[in-house]
Design a protein around this ligand. Structure first.
Ligand SMILES: Nc1ncnc2c1ncn2[C@@H]1O[C@H](COP(=O)(O)OP(=O)(O)OP(=O)(O)O)[C@@H](O)[C@H]1O
Ligand SMILES: [Mg+2]
Length: 451
C-alpha cells in the first residue's frame, strides 16, 4: 500500500471518528435541548389555557367562550390544541405551523430525538381541552442543523484530502527521483546524481545518495583498475614462469651437452694421456707431460661433473627436494669444511612437483652462494618444512647480516619473482641478533599443479 493511500486512510479514519463523536455529542445535546424546549413551551401553554378555562366559565357558556379565545389565540408554539364538546365532537383544532411547512425530518431521526411529554387534558364545563406537545419543528430544526454540520464537515473533509493529495504528490516527488536513481544504480550506472531538494530531510537523503553514487563510481573505477592490475600480474607471472621454464630447459640442455660432449672428450684425453705416459717408447719427459695432461684432464672432468650437477642435479629429475638438498649439503661440506651446514627436512618432500622442487632448490642454491659471497659466516642452517598446504624454507646464517643494497642484484629478486609466480612469498633480511635470514613460503597445489 502506497504512503499516500496510507496517510489518506489514516486521516479519513480520524476524520470519521471525529465526525462520529461530534454526531453523538451533538444529537445528545439536541435531544436534551428539544426535550427542555418542548417541556417549557407545553408548561406555559397549559398554564395559559388552564387560566383561560377558569375564566371562560365566568364569561358565558364555556365552550363558546373558549373556542372564541382559541380562535383569537391561533397557534401556540410547539403545541397542538384541540377542543372537544361533551359529545366528543371536535369543535376546534389549532392551525398547523407555517414554519418549514410541508417538511419533516426522517422517521428514524424523529424517533431518536422525540421529546417524551404526555398530552395534557383540561376539563371545563361542557367541553374538554387537549394540549398535545408537537416537537416536529424542533426536531426538523435539529435535523437541518445536523445536515448543515455534516455538509460543512464533508466540504472540509474533501478539501482536506484534496490538499493532502496535492501536498503528498509535491512532497514525494524527490522520492520518485530517488527511486529512479536507485534503479539506475541497480543497473550499474553509478554516474547518476540527484538535484538538491528544497525540503531539508529530502535534501539530506539526496545528498547522501549522491555521496554513495560517487563512492560506488570510485569503487567501480578502482575495481576496473584492480582487474587490469591483476590481469597484468597474472600475465607477468606467466611470463616469469615461461622464462624460468626456458632457463631450466637451457640448463638441462647445457648440462647434457657438457656431460655428453665435454665429459666424453675430457675422458678420452685422459685415457690417451694415460696410455701415452705408460707407453714403453715414451721418454721420461714425455711420460711426465702425458701424466700431467691425464691429471689435468681428471681435474677438468671433476669440474665438468660439478658444473653438470649444479646446472641440473640428477635427483631433480625425480622431483625429490630432500635428496637434492642433501646432495648440495654433502658437496658443501666437502668444498667448504670451515662453514658448518645443518639441513633439516620435516615432512615428505618427494612429491612436490617439478616447478615447486626447482624453485625451492634454486632458492637454497642462491642463498648458499650469497652466504659465500656476502656473509663471512661460520654456520648455516636450512630448515625445510612441508605441511599439507605449504612448503616453507628457512635459511639462516650467523654472518655479518649486511642489509641489502640497491643495485642490479638479481639473486634475491629472481627468487622472489619465482616464489610470487607460484603464489608464494619470499622475505630476506638481516637478523637482529646477527646473520641473515631468507624465508620462502610456497603453496602446495594438488598434484603439484601451480596457479
Ligand atoms: N647471507 C647473506 N649475508 C649478508 N648479506 C646478504 C646475504 N644474502 C644476501 N645479502 C645481501 O643482499 C644483497 C642482495 O642479494 P642478491 O643475491 O640479490 O644479490 P647479489 O648476491 O649481490 O648479486 P647476484 O645474486 O645478482 O649475483 C646482497 O648484495 C647482500 O648485500
Ligand atoms: Mg646473490
Amino acid at each position: 500500500m502506497s504512503l499516500r493511500l496510507r496517510l489518506n486512510l489514516l486521516l479519513g479514519l480520524l476524520n470519521l471518528g471525529f465526525l462520529a463523536t461530534l454526531a453523538v455529542l451533538t444529537t445528545s445535546n439536541m435531544r436534551a435541548s428539544i426535550q427542555e424546549e418542548i417541556t417549557a413551551a407545553h408548561r406555559v401553554t397549559v398554564q395559559l389555557l388552564g387560566t383561560a378555562a377558569q375564566t371562560s366559565s365566568l364569561m358565558g357558556p364555556a365552550p363558546a367562550v373558549m373556542q372564541n379565545f382559541l380562535q383569537r389565540l391561533g397557534r401556540v408554539r410547539a403545541n397542538e390544541i384541540r377542543l372537544y364538546g361533551t359529545d366528543g365532537r371536535l369543535r376546534y383544532v389549532s392551525p398547523p405551523s407555517h414554519y418549514k411547512e410541508g417538511r419533516v425530518a426522517p422517521g428514524i431521526f424523529v424517533h431518536l430525538m422525540r421529546a417524551h411529554i404526555d398530552k395534557t387534558l383540561i376539563d371545563l364545563p361542557g367541553a374538554r381541552l387537549e394540549i398535545i406537545p408537537d416537537d416536529s419543528r424542533a426536531v426538523l430544526d435539529a435535523w437541518d442543523d445536523l445536515t448543515i454540520l455534516f455538509l460543512l464537515w464533508l466540504a472540509f473533509f474533501v478539501t482536506l484530502h484534496l490538499a493532502l493529495l496535492w501536498f503528498l504528490r509535491h512532497l514525494l516527488r524527490p522520492a520518485e527521483a530517488l527511486l529512479g536513481g536507485l534503479d539506475q544504480l541497480a543497473h550499474g550506472n553509478f554516474s547518476v546524481q540527484l538535484p538538491p531538494s528544497p525540503v531539508a530531510e529530502w535534501d539530506e537523503l539526496t545528498s547522501g545518495f549522491n555521496t554513495v553514487a560517487v563512492a560506488l563510481q570510485r569503487g567501480q573505477r578502482e575495481q576496473r583498475q584492480l582487474a587490469l592490475t591483476t590481469q597484468a600480474l597474472t600475465e607477468n607471472r606467466e611470463v616469469t614462469q615461461m622464462i624460468e621454464a626456458g632457463i631450466e630447459a637451457e640448463r638441462k640442455r647445457l648440462s647434457r651437452e657438457l656431460h655428453d660432449e665435454l665429459g666424453q672428450s675430457v675422458t678420452a684425453i685422459r685415457l690417451i694421456a694415460t696410455s701415452l705416459a705408460r707407453h714403453r717408447d715414451a721418454g721420461p719427459e714425455l711420460a711426465a707431460n702425458a701424466g700431467k695432461i691425464a691429471e689435468i684432464a681428471a681435474g677438468l672432468y671433476d669440474g665438468v661433473q660439478r658444473i653438470v650437477r649444479e646446472l641440473r642435479p640428477a635427483v631433480l629429475e625425480q622431483s625429490n627436494l630432500a635428496t637434492a638438498l642433501e646432495e648440495i649439503a654433502r658437496e658443501w661440506r666437502t668444498l667448504h669444511p670451515e662453514i658448518g651446514l645443518q639441513l633439516t627436512c620435516t615432512g615428505d618432500c618427494s612429491e612436490l612437483g617439478e616447478e615447486l622442487t626447482l624453485t625451492a632448490f634454486r632458492a637454497v642454491q642462491e642463498s648458499l652462494t650469497n652466504v659465500l659471497k656476502h656473509a663471512a659466516a661460520r654456520q648455516v642452517e636450512i630448515a625445510v618444512t612441508q605441511s599439507d598446504e605449504i612448503l616453507t624454507l628457512d635459511i639462516r646464517d650467523d654472518g655479518c647480516g649486511a642489509p641489502s643494497q640497491p643495485g642490479t642484484r638479481r639473486g634475491l629478486a629472481g627468487m622472489r619473482e619465482r616464489a610470487v609466480a607460484l603464489g608464494g612469498t619470499l622475505e630476506a633480511c638481516p637478523v637482529a641478533t646477527g646473520g641473515f635470514r631468507v624465508m620462502l613460503s610456497l603453496p602446495i597445489h594438488p598434484k603439484g599443479k601451480n596457479p
